[in-house]
Design a protein. Structure first.
Length: 74
């Protein structure tokens, strides 16, 4: 009964491990949501933050300005 049941010990262990991984993922995405909301609020209230994010993340530039992207090789 222990090894032939659909709820045997190895299956329970795998489900427990999967549950822990899902909990960690949930916590990560909750944290990312909080950070995104904070960034959005900053963009709504401060035009300098909006400009900084546009330049850093979306590589936008002002007219007549040149843009150089420098990356580090690993």
């Amino acid at each position: 009964m222990i090894f032939f049941d659909r709820d045997d010990i190895p299956t329970q262990w795998a489900r427990h491990r999967q549950l822990e991984e899902l909990k960690h993922s949930r916590d990560y995405y909750r944290q990312q949501t909080v950070l995104a909301r904070h960034e959005l609020d900053s963009m709504k209230t401060d035009p300098a933050v909006l400009e900084r994010i546009a330049r850093e993340k979306y590589l936008m530039k002002k007219e007549g300005e040149e843009l150089f992207v420098i990356t580090k090789d690993k």
